[in-house]
Ligand binder design. Structure first.
Ligand SMILES: *[C@@H]1O[C@H](CO)[C@@H](O)[C@H](O)[C@H]1NC(C)=O
Ligand SMILES: *[C@@H]1O[C@H](CO)[C@@H](O)[C@H](O)[C@H]1NC(C)=O
Ligand SMILES: *[C@@H]1O[C@H](CO)[C@@H](O)[C@H](O)[C@H]1NC(C)=O
Length: 332
């Protein structure tokens, strides 16, 4: 009995000193459920490694949800990853050149509608896609925007190729799975004379050689338009009057676990050099409580967030979302 007491004492001290979380049976059960929901299979060593990370994430999620916040967190495909792993696999790891000090977008005087959602304005937004393990967010932001711009101009919604941008747009400061920018991708499409369809140039999610075939070009860009950095009112003007717009912002650890509601953060930075993820604003609105938000299409599949979408606070350049905004003019 005395020996047991001594061992228990050592164990307890060890736990505190190393902050080793003691995992409860219920937490392991949740991990197993999560594994089967997301079809994850691990060998024994990896199982315990992932169980530990999952438990830390799950506790953070529960802690967040126990307090009143404008958004909730939940489990998703990233729940057994550390933010560092997540950052390396999915985000832009280098500072991008996206300071548009004087953008070409010209705003008109309002008034603007209080609520805009391009998903409800006919068939002009393609379903949410999934970038997989490749830092290609910028290609999905680009295709998403051009798909919508093209559909608004022609009445035909065509899913466009991200892989062509990964493989072929290097001359415009883009780096395939290592990152790039929508404005630079629109420039590429303009000078390349077109982008092929998703069907003709399907997504692989890794860098490859360029297989562009001019005869199969399906969407064209007359010009790439920037919105002046930090002019969030001009973003409203563009989304209200013209089309969805591509933007970038800084993703921090809490965003990985986003589930629903209006995301906001005091952790993230708000400058052009800190943006690390590109997405597509398809609309905007305001909560009943008054908080204005953007409606945003992400590229992490439909299991993440609100069926692949998220809302983020509007009007305060949250996480630098107004730092780096652009859209293409269609050539039809
Ligand atoms: C930024 O622009 C410079 C000069 O054109 C270039 O050398 C650098 O690679 C660019 N950075 C990125 C992340 O594209
Ligand atoms: C748009 O901004 C980018 C930087 O993000 C710049 O490289 C590009 O030249 C600008 N394009 C236009 C048409 O002003
Ligand atoms: C960035 O945030 C700081 C502090 O919150 C604020 O003072 C500054 O005006 C913001 N800058 C921009 C460009 O939004």
């Amino acid at each position: 009995m005395a020996l047991f007491g001594v061992l228990w004492f050592i164990f307890t001290v060890f736990s505190f000193v190393h902050l080793t979380p003691v995992i409860l049976p219920e937490e392991e059960y949740q991990f197993k459920q999560w594994m089967s929901q997301f079809n994850n299979i691990y060998d024994t060593e990896e199982y315990y490694h992932r169980l530990r990370i999952f438990t830390e994430n799950k506790r953070e999620i529960d802690h967040h949800n126990a307090w009143k916040h404008s958004f909730t967190m939940g489990l998703n495909q990233f729940s057994a990853m550390t933010f560092e792993e997540f950052r390396k696999s999915f985000l832009l790891t280098e500072p991008q050149n996206c300071s548009a000090t004087k953008g070409g977008h010209v705003s008109r005087a309002g008034p603007y509608p209080e609520f805009v959602d391009w998903r409800m304005k006919g068939n002009v937004v393609t379903p949410v896609k999934n970038q997989g393990y490749c830092g290609s967010c910028w290609t999905f932001s680009t295709t998403g925007c051009l798909e919508s711009v093209n559909a608004i101009a022609t009445g035909k919604l065509i899913s466009l190729s991200e892989q062509q941008l990964i493989d072929c747009a290097q001359d415009f400061n883009n780096h395939g799975c290592m990152g790039g920018l929508p404005s630079q991708a629109f420039e590429y499409i303009k000078y390349n004379n077109g982008l092929m369809t998703e069907e003709d140039y399907p997504y692989k999610g890794h860098d490859d050689s360029c297989h562009f075939e001019p005869a199969f070009a399906a969407a064209f860009v007359l010009d790439s338009v920037n919105i002046t950095s930090y002019d969030e009112k001009a973003m409203v003007d563009a989304v209200a009057r013209l089309n969805p717009v591509s933007f970038a912002f800084e993703v921090t650890a809490d965003f990985m676990h986003y589930k629903e509601g209006v995301y906001t953060s005091t952790q993230c930075k708000n400058t052009t050099d800190m943006v690390n993820h590109a997405v597509l604003a398809v609309g905007y609105g305001a909560e009943e409580s008054g908080t204005p938000y953007w409606i945003v299409k992400n590229s992490w599949g439909t299991d993440w967030g609100m069926d692949g979408y998220f809302l983020i606070e509007r009007g305060n350049n949250i996480c630098g979302l107004a730092a780096c905004v652009s859209y293409p003019l269609p050539l039809v």
